[in-house]
Design a protein around this ligand. Structure first.
Ligand code: NAP
Ligand code: NAG
Ligand code: NAG
Ligand code: NAG
Length: 279
């Protein structure tokens, strides 16, 4: 192989392996900053979306028991693993336990059910989906799953400071992650700062405001300066804040677009403008 051939091979390997930065969780595991969301995606479309995302380079998938799609998400993952595209260990899988009517035993059973549906021997992250019901007892179920090595990291979702304080009264394992709603008109500064202080990494969900941000004029005009779309700007803003984020799409074109956010950076002024956007 000549020099240019070798150089381009090295560049391809470098670019495909180093595109997505990750955040080190308090368990020591790395969580890719960008993942595919799957809420409101079911059946064949979500299976196809997962396959497309893995092909594009995503190595982090977000699902939940309540989404009713863990089986299809698993099917998409395993088709790509069985094709040799990636190994299970290359992938970060998050799921969530539904808290209503749950408790320690039921939460552990829910984790085992998710393992079965996704056809995996461990999950990377399991969260309590909402701060409702007996969260202290439910979290003990997640700690059981953690101690049994069924889950590498455990955490919470939609928890505010009060909810976190209540949980920490009984928790033996500090949550590794809090997944909360973050988008340009909802910066969640206070909860993010509180989590950071406690060593809890934050994931911003609905980064496109469940679609409401994709034509936003402020984001569009910032994007124009970088040859990027409003969606890409909204996602990049979370990356630049050292957050993890999980945009959802079932369209390959958008899944690819949402992934192309690592070849530009927002300026400090642009980040500030986005931060101060009002609903
Ligand atoms: N923990 C929680 O309580 C919680 C709550 C909400 C969400 N989440 C997680 O966060 C994920 C993302 O949030 P979300 O689903 O609310 O919405 P989102 O990611 O903010 O936006 C998704 C919407 O935007 C569209 N879209 C995506 N990329 C686009 C692009 N580049 N251009 C134009 N349109 C685009 C999608 O359309 P198509 O799919 O039709 O392409 C979909 O309608 C969820 O899927 C879920 O995994 C968690
Ligand atoms: C389930 O996982 C095993 C590896 O543990 C794999 O060989 C098999 O193909 C998977 N099954 C499905 C239906 O994807
Ligand atoms: C946190 O959420 C609970 C409901 O789960 C609510 O009662 C409380 O007022 C909220 N606290 C803060 C600081 O937002
Ligand atoms: C702008 O972005 C599009 C889509 O990613 C790309 O095809 C095009 O080459 C870019 N143009 C410039 C001038 O970089």
């Amino acid at each position: 192989m000549n020099f240019l051939g070798l150089l381009s091979l090295v560049l391809v390997v470098y670019c495909t392996s180093a595109t997505v930065p990750s955040i080190k969780l308090n368990t020591g595991y790395q969580m890719p900053q960008l993942g595919l969301g799957t809420w409101q995606a079911k059946g064949d479309p979500v299976k196809q979306a997962v396959k497309d995302a893995l092909e594009i380079g995503y190595r982090h998938i977000d699902t939940a028991f309540i989404y009713g799609n863990e089986k299809e998400v698993g099917d998409g993952i395993w088709e790509q693993i069985n094709k040799g595209l990636l190994k299970r260990e290359d992938l970060f899988i998050t799921t969530k336990v539904w808290p209503e009517g749950s408790n320690r035993e039921k939460a552990l059973a829910s984790v085992k059910n998710s393992l079965k549906l996704l056809n995996v021997t461990y999950l990377d992250l399991v969260l309590i989906h909402w701060p409702v019901g007996d969260i202290n007892s439910i979290y003990q179920g997640l700690e059981d799953a953690f101690n049994q090595k069924l889950v590498r990291s455990i955490g919470i979702s939609n928890f505010n400071q009060t909810n976190i304080d209540n949980l920490l009264k009984t928790a033996k394992v500090v949550p590794a992650n809090n997944q909360i709603n973050i988008h340009p008109t909802l910066n969640q500064d206070e909860t993010v700062a509180y989590c950071n202080k406690l060593g809890i990494a934050v994931t911003g969900y609905s980064p496109l405001g469940t679609g409401s941000m994709i034509k936003n004029p402020i984001l569009t005009s910032i994007g124009a300066k970088h040859n990027k779309t409003a969606s890409q700007v909204a996602i990049r803003w979370q990356i630049d804040r050292n957050l993890i984020t999980i945009p959802k799409s079932v369209n390959k074109k958008y899944i690819k677009e949402d992934f192309e956010v690592f070849d530009f950076k927002l300026t400090a002024d642009e980040i500030k403008t986005i931060h101060n956007m009002k609903a």
